[in-house]
Design a binder for this molecule. Structure first.
Ligand SMILES: Cc1ncc(COP(=O)(O)O)c(C=O)c1O
Length: 378
């Protein structure tokens, strides 16, 4: 009998992040330090815009590339905040940034094309490359998790089609310097490489301003969305800003894969762009500082904290991430294994996005559990 499940899924990673979420459900009274969303709620006026859209029957299909008013507002936002010149026609609204990744890949990658993927990285970038038949080329950024043109140059071949950049970064919390991004843009231009820039955490950059590489390199596909900036993870609305030929290809694909993104979410997103983003740099900095000071005794290296809301913690020698994650869950704290984001097993990722009280308790549990593991390890 033939396999019911397609072969393309054979080496698909089933998702260590999902497993951690399952663990969180199984064990009661957990403090969840794995969450990838801000503790705030969607702003009231944005919620109201969604409700009004339903009441006014804006509940039908929208154009495949998105509501014209929303695309217009996105183009204005990109010009004002990111220095990216675009028009509404260069924008496609997608059901979250995650869908945008697949659409971009299918639009630009041929079988055998190589795509440079700095590691560690948000997992869909790696897994979906394989779905597109292309070749993921991991680029290790250990030990400092900074990306440089020099590192990238070592991975470029005649098959290199694109490179993914994510700053502020999930999971490392790194934010790349403007100078380095300028060098990377120069390198990409020289080799005709497309840059895919994921800027979903742009408002969570604590110590230096966020810089959009799309402002200086026309071969950039900028990906962003409303999930983190407006605490709208469940609404599923993101967007792509790309050169005209790529946007056209993406729209063709989106027509058959998505047809159109939720109308209700798009009307709410229009209102979001009229509302200040929920980013509360000082509040998140405080949470970061609490996390760093609580954990500095037990972890040999604490990375991140420049941006996004994650710390990437090097485990003490002899501890392995999956085992640690399982043991921590029994001590009432959920974290993610580093190997969900890269090939290494000596890191874990925590999020400090949650509520301050829960965070404090979670950090104490984490610290005590790691100390206990160290006492008991041979
Ligand atoms: C780097 C990165 N990009 C994209 C996403 C997902 O964005 P969306 O909710 O718009 O699909 C996440 C979520 O954690 C992320 O960390």
């Amino acid at each position: 009998m033939q396999d019911r499940i397609a072969h393309r899924l054979h080496d698909f990673d089933s998702g260590k992040i999902r497993q951690a979420f399952e663990l969180a459900k199984e064990i009661p009274n957990q403090i969840d330090l794995s969450i990838g969303f801000p503790e705030e709620n969607t702003p009231e006026e944005v919620k109201q815009a969604g409700i009004t859209a339903i009441q006014q029957n804006h509940t039908t299909y929208l154009p495949t590339n998105g509501l014209a008013e929303l695309r217009q507002s996105i183009a204005q936002k990109l010009a004002a905040e990111n220095n990216i010149r675009s028009s509404a026609e260069d924008i496609t609204v997608t059901p979250g940034l995650t869908t945008a990744i697949l659409l971009c890949y299918l639009a630009i990658l041929n079988p055998g094309d190589e795509i440079i993927l700095p590691q560690p990285m948000f997992p869909p970038y790696y897994e979906l490359t394989k779905l597109a038949g292309a070749v993921p080329v991991p680029l290790e950024t250990f030990p400092d998790f900074q990306l440089s043109a020099e590192l990238i140059a070592r991975k470029i071949t005649e098959k290199t089609k694109a490179i993914v950049i994510n700053s502020p970064n999930n999971p490392t919390g790194a934010v790349y310097d403007e100078d380095e991004l300028r060098k990377i843009a120069g390198l990409a231009k020289q080799h005709g490489i497309i840059i895919i820039s994921d800027e979903i955490y742009e408002y969570f950059s604590f110590d230096k301003p966020h810089f959009s590489i799309g402002s200086i390199y026309e071969g950039t596909i900028t990906l962003n969305g409303f999930s983190k900036a407006y605490a709208m993870t469940g609404w599923r609305v993101g967007y792509i800003c790309a050169p005209p030929d790529i946007v056209e290809a993406i729209n063709q694909l989106q027509q058959y894969i998505v047809f159109s993104t939720s109308s209700i979410a798009q009307y709410a997103a229009v209102k979001a762009l009229e509302t200040p983003p929920i980013y509360l740099t000082d509040k998140y900095k405080q949470k970061r500082d609490l996390a760093v000071s609580t954990l500095s005794d037990v972890f040999p290296e604490i990375h991140g904290g420049q941006g996004a809301f994650y710390l990437f913690l090097k485990l003490p020698d002899g501890l392995e991430d999956i085992k640690v994650v399982n043991q921590l869950s029994h001590s009432g704290v959920i974290v993610l294994p580093g190997s969900a984001f890269c090939g290494r097993t000596d890191y874990i990722r925590i999020s400090f996005a949650g509520d301050m009280d829960a965070l404090r308790t979670g950090l104490e549990r984490l610290k005590e559990s790691i100390a206990a593991l160290l006492r008991n390890s041979p």
